[in-house]
Design a protein around this ligand. Structure first.
Ligand SMILES: N[C@@H](CCC(=O)N[C@@H](CS)C(=O)NCC(=O)O)C(=O)O
Length: 217
């Protein structure tokens, strides 16, 4: 499989984790989101995804966008180890946790949204960090409460095995740290994140482990 991604794209990071957990061989193609490259807006990339967003995955003749659709595809094609629980109510809980991150937290701090705040509303970096902190903070307050109720062992968002909810949490925590959000009020999420980040599939998917990540001099 070929994954179009970028080292610090958190939606791509979700897909890298899922591929690694399922031991699916993949080849990466870096899409540099930063200006002046802005590779997500080139005509060649817009053929792959007219939305101008990564990740995109190519599996033979098929090309897919949207990280959660990609992860569900991987789940159906490579069911082991499962990232969704075995019964419908539990699956709904896990999908709900994953969607809370992917639909309600992440999009508000996406690059194009932050660039629009900068260019059209004269937001400086303090204002941008305050914006991101507000939406990650309110999203994490709810997730913290839900994880307290739903985690079976304090090491996973739901139950006591890795699920799609964990695959979404870790990249969002990376984003939160990147934008200097205060994670102090979220001890449950921090404990879950620390455990997950220690797992090899998560560690190999981390931004700093990607070949396009800047190297320390
Ligand atoms: N809902 C999409 C979100 C994809 C997305 O927002 N990707 C970001 C990187 S994490 C992106 O490509 N941003 C480019 C831009 O904002 O110009 C998914 O889950 O795949």
């Amino acid at each position: 499989m070929k994954l179009y991604h970028y080292y610090r794209s958190s939606a791509s990071y979700r897909v890298r984790i899922a591929l690694n957990l399922k031991s699916i061989p993949w080849e990466g193609s870096s899409v540099d989101l930063r200006a002046p490259a802005s590779a997500q807006r080139t005509p060649e990339f817009l053929i792959l995804n007219p939305q101008g967003l990564i990740p995109v995955i190519a599996d033979g003749a098929h090309t897919f966008t949207q990280s959660l659709a990609i992860i569900e595809y991987l789940e159906e094609r490579h069911p082991q180890p499962p990232l969704l629980p075995g019964n419908a109510p539990d699956r709904a809980q896990v999908r709900s946790l994953a969607l809370a991150v992917a639909c309600d937290i992440h999009p508000l701090a996406n690059l194009r949204v932050l660039n629009y705040l900068r260019s059209s509303f004269a937001a400086d970096e303090n204002a941008v960090n305050a914006w991101v902190g507000e939406w990650i903070g309110s999203g994490f307050r709810a997730l913290e409460e839900r994880a307290r109720r739903l985690s079976g062992d304090g090491r996973h968002m739901f139950g006591s095995a890795v699920t799609m909810a964990d695959v979404c949490l870790v990249p969002q925590m990376y984003n939160a740290r990147r934008f200097h959000c205060d994670l102090g009020p979220f001890p449950t999420l921090r404990a879950i994140g620390a455990h997950l980040e220690s797992l090899p599939a998560f560690a190999r998917a981390a931004p700093e482990a990607q070949p396009d990540a800047p190297r320390a001099p």
